[in-house]
Each structure stands twice: as structure tokens, then as C-alpha cells.
Ligand binder design. Structure first.
Ligand SMILES: Cc1cc2nc3c(=O)[nH]c(=O)nc-3n(C[C@H](O)[C@H](O)[C@H](O)COP(=O)(O)OP(=O)(O)OC[C@H]3O[C@@H](n4cnc5c(N)ncnc54)[C@H](O)[C@@H]3O)c2cc1C
Length: 461
């Protein structure tokens, strides 16, 4: 379908039967078109605020009738900004936030507009959770469709490993139930294949007993000790229980109250950690980390799971300019460590960082072809996060991320996490899905031959 910018959008959109919408200039339009990454500044011809699957079907009908490009917004966190399109029709799912918990069956039914904070808060009322990401303003929807990993992933797998069923509206406007037994091909495809196949209007997740209190926190070491810390870290994480997760962040120290003032703004290596169990056992398990070097400071203790799920929000607020590159690793070789250490000495803005997420454990036990998500061999996911405030930083910050990405490439597994891919990485989509790409392409051909859903990391039929 060609993208057409319609001058008389009001008469087209009046064809919607029930759904609310915003046109440029209307209240709500600016908020709905603004996404997390300020590099993305697109203006849809209209935004349809959907409150139900019927609304979604209605919006799709109008868009197809008038050959408008479609984009779909969960919570607008995707780095590539694919939730919003220029001149087309944006399906805004943010009104669909209902989270229903069945504590007895340990299941959650979640609307596609919910954020991780909204999902976690509802599940934690029953001391339940499922693995999701580490920044609470992220949308459950885009996170799930790309895979989803966080602190609980080592123990309970990716978010998609806990997806039991979903409801979807396909390109024809048909409502479909998806599960292992209903439309199994589509259910296979949406677990990692992104928004390529239709608009998901509800997710059902399996939940696990977690919290409400867990042990978590940070140890911050001087950058001069980063090499020894990283080398001990890679040995340490080989044998720790899956309830324990420890990540690495290399950046300039934020003004955290437990750090001496003279450390603020200096390069440091941070080990954020999380133990999904009682504090006493967790304390014993994390004790060796303190011996990795002479720490500048630490802040570790028992805290509500939901508090830890929000701990990184202040560093990841919306509205900054961001550019990411990422690699999967099966092991952290010396070369990857050396490259990271070199590029942390060249940070082009005080907000840039390199983080390494540990995902070894449950995800590695799922077969590579069990669902669309590929990269089951990954034990670490590295994200090169360039972040800055004004357009004059675009060139230097993007160049930094790209150069480091190239320097670390020889040590990476070749896989890629689609949820961390920027708009200019379309050529990596095939590599990201590996051997699963062929099946994805054939399902795309069957359910979306006209590529109605193409504002995403696009799979070509
Ligand atoms: C600060 C930050 C931290 C993050 N941390 C993590 C992390 O810890 N772990 C992790 O796994 N990921 C993480 N991510 C990546 C995150 O998973 C993706 O950005 C994800 O796409 C966000 O989901 P969203 O609903 O907010 O996205 P949106 O930008 O709203 O949507 C992204 C795309 O998903 C598709 N989509 C969304 N909803 C639907 C739907 N209902 N039906 C069909 N298609 C849909 C569309 O193609 C859309 O373009 C993080 C992102 C950010 C910005």
C-alpha cells in the first residue's frame, strides 16, 4: 500500500464508528505522537485512540480503505520510534491498560497499552511477577513482541517464554485467538516477530511467586579497577544460582547519595544486582562481589520488587536524544572487555553508557526454533547506549556508538535483539532471526501479504 497524506483527514476519520481520534492541533495529539526517543519527530495524519479490539478493527478498516500507512503504539519506548509514522494513521493502544490477575491460577491478562509499572503493580498485589524489562515506563506490548528480558529472566526465561495466549486483530480486521493450540503459526510468530502480523489486543502471561520484597542494589567500583572487576565477574556468573542476576554498567557516576562527591561525573564500573529470594541467602551469595575491588560505595538491601523495577527510571527519562547499538555474546572475551574499556574513556556525553545484561539460564534451555525469537545461545546482551540532550551532539554520539559496535563485533555471537535495533538497522533483521526468518516470511505472506504492518523491524514476505 502506498503512503498517502490526505488533506481532508476529518472527513475520512469521520467514518470511524465509535472510536476516539486526534488530528494535528487537537488536544492529545502532541502527547500521543511523542515517543521516548526525542530523535523521533513524526506527525501522523491522525491518531486513533483505541479502547477495544473493535476500535482497532475499525481503525484498520479506515486506514486500509484510504491507503494510509499504519503504525501501532504500545507505550512508545521503542528506540527506532516505529510506533509513530509520518502522514499515516497511528493506532494508539494506550487506553487499553487493564491488568487482570488470577492469583489462584497464576495468570495475568494484560491490555497492550499497559506499562511495566502498571503490570508489576497489579501482579505484586499478589506477590506475583513474570520477567519483564528494567525500566518501568516501557510498554509491555512492544517488549513482549520482541522477546523481553529483565532481572527474572535467568530463572523464568524471556517474557515470551511466559506468554500463554494472546488476542489479535489481523490485517483483514479479523479477531483471532492465539495459543499453542489456536492459530499456532501466528502464536509462534508473535513471540519475537514483533508487530509484523497484526495488532495484539491482549496478552496472557504465566506468573511466578516473587517478592513482594527482594534483595537488590548496586556496588560502584573505580574505573581503574574495571578490568579486574569484569574478569572476576565473568567467572562469578558461571556458577551462581538463577535467582541471582548481576549486570554491568560502564558510565560516568551519577550523583548518587552513597558515592563521595568527588566521584560524581567520573568513569566508574557499576554492578547492579538482584536476588529473587530472602535477603539472608542473597547476602551470602553476593558477598564475593565486594572482593572484586575497593568499591567507591554500595547501596544494597531488601526492598519491594516494584521499587527495584523503577530504580533505573531516573537515568532513562523520556525526552532525551538516544541512539543504540547492541550485540549478543555467548562469552565475554578479553577483546570485548578491552573494547568496552577503551570506549568508556571516550564518552561523547555524560549520559552515554555501555551496559551488559546477563541472560544465561532459562532462555538458553528453549529450542532455537520453538518460537520466532532467535539468539537462544546468548548469555550476555550488550547495549551501547548513546544518550544526549541537543541536536549538536548527534554526530559525535552516533559515531561513538557505531565505532564501539564495530570494535566489539569480532567477539559477538552475530545474533541481535530486535527490540534494541535502531531505525537504520533494517539490514540486520534477517541476521536477528537467523534460521527462523524463512518461517516468519512464509507466515507474513499468509497473514499480511500487502505488508500493512511495516512500521517495525520488517519481515519481508
Ligand atoms: C529505556 C528503555 C529500557 C529498556 N529496557 C529493556 C529491558 O530491560 N528489556 C527488554 O527486553 N527491552 C527493553 N527495552 C526495549 C523495549 O523492549 C522496546 O523498546 C519495546 O519495543 C518497547 O515497547 P513499547 O510498547 O513501549 O513500544 P512502542 O514503541 O509503543 O512499540 C514498538 C513497536 O512494537 C509494535 N507493537 C507495539 N504494540 C503492539 C501491538 N499491541 N500489536 C502489534 N504491534 C505492536 C509496533 O511495531 C511498534 O512499532 C527498553 C527500552 C527503553 C527505551
Amino acid at each position: 500500500m502506498a503512503s498517502v497524506v490526505h488533506k481532508d483527514m476529518s472527513s475520512i476519520i469521520a467514518g470511524l464508528t465509535t472510536t476516539k481520534y486526534s488530528l494535528p492541533g487537537d488536544a492529545g495529539y502532541e502527547k500521543a505522537r511523542t515517543v521516548w526517543n526525542a530523535m523521533v519527530d513524526r506527525r501522523p495524519a491522525c491518531i486513533v485512540h483505541c479502547a477495544s479490539a473493535d476500535d482497532v478493527a475499525d481503525a484498520l478498516r479506515i486506514a486500509r480503505q484510504h491507503e494510509l500507512q499504519i503504525s501501532v503504539r504500545g507505550a512508545g519506548h521503542n528506540i527506532a520510534g516505529t510506533a509513530v509514522c509520518d502522514g499515516g494513521l497511528m493506532i494508539d493502544l494506550s487506553p487499553m491498560k487493564t491488568v487482570r490477575i488470577d492469583a489462584e491460577k497464576k495468570l495475568a491478562r494484560v491490555g497492550p497499552g499497559a506499562t511495566l509499572a502498571e503490570f508489576d503493580a497489579a501482579a505484586q498485589k499478589h506477590a506475583l511477577a513474570t520477567p519483564v524489562g528494567i525500566n518501568s515506563t516501557t510498554g509491555i506490548s512492544g517488549l513482549t513482541l520482541g522477546g523481553g528480558f529483565g532481572w527474572l529472566t535467568r530463572k523464568y526465561g524471556l517474557t515470551i517464554d511466559n506468554l500463554v495466549s494472546a488476542q489479535m486483530v489481523d490485517a483483514r480486521g479479523e479477531k483471532l485467538a492465539l495459543s499453542a493450540s489456536a492459530n499456532p503459526d501466528l502464536f509462534w510468530a508473535i513471540r519475537g516477530g514483533g508487530g509484523n502480523f497484526g495488532v495484539v489486543t491482549e496478552y496472557e502471561y504465566r506468573l511466578h511467586g516473587v517478592g513482594p520484597e527482594i534483595l537488590a542494589g548496586l556496588i560502584v567500583f573505580p574505573f581503574s579497577q574495571a578490568k579486574q572487576v569484569l574478569r572476576q565477574y565473568r567467572e562469578f556468573v558461571k556458577s551462581i544460582p538463577e535467582e541471582l542476576n548481576v549486570w554491568v554498567v560502564l558510565r560516568q557516576a551519577p550523583p548518587l547519595p552513597f558515592l563521595p562527591a568527588e566521584v560524581h561525573g567520573k568513569e566508574v564500573i557499576v554492578l547492579p544486582m538482584f536476588y529473587a529470594g530472602d535477603a539472608k541467602t542473597g547476602e551470602k551469595l553476593i558477598a564475593p562481589l565486594r572482593k572484586f575491588g575497593d568499591a567507591h560505595g554500595e547501596h544494597i538491601g531488601a526492598m519491594p520488587y516494584v521499587a527495584w523495577q523503577q530504580a533505573f527510571d531516573p537515568l532513562l527519562t523520556p525526552g532525551a536524544r538516544n541512539y543504540w547499538k547492541s550485540h549478543n555474546f555467548t562469552e565475554l572475551q578479553d577483546g570485548a572487555i578491552d573494547a568496552a574499556l577503551e570506549y568508556v574513556t571516550k564518552l561523547p556525553s555524560p549520559e552515554c553508557e555501555i551496559f551488559i545484561g546477563l541472560v544465561s539460564g532459562a532462555p538458553n534451555r528453549v529450542a532455537e526454533n520453538a518460537m520466532a525469537y532467535s539468539g537462544r545461545d546468548a548469555k550476555f546482551v550488550m547495549n551501547v547506549h548513546a544518550r544526549w540532550q541537543t541536536p549538536d551532539g548527534d554526530e559525535s554520539c552516533i559515531a561513538w556508538a557505531r565505532k564501539f559496535f564495530e570494535a566489539a563485533k569480532p567477539f559477538a555471537s552475530g545474533g541481535a535483539y530486535v527490540n534494541f535495533m535502531t531505525a537504520d538497522e533494517g539490514d540486520r533483521v534477517r541476521a536477528a532471526y537467523g534460521a527462523n526468518y524463512a518461517r516468519l516470511a512464509s507466515i507474513k505472506k499468509q497473514y499480511d501479504p500487502e505488508n500493512v504492518f511495516r512500521a517495525n523491524q520488517n519481515i519481508k514476505a
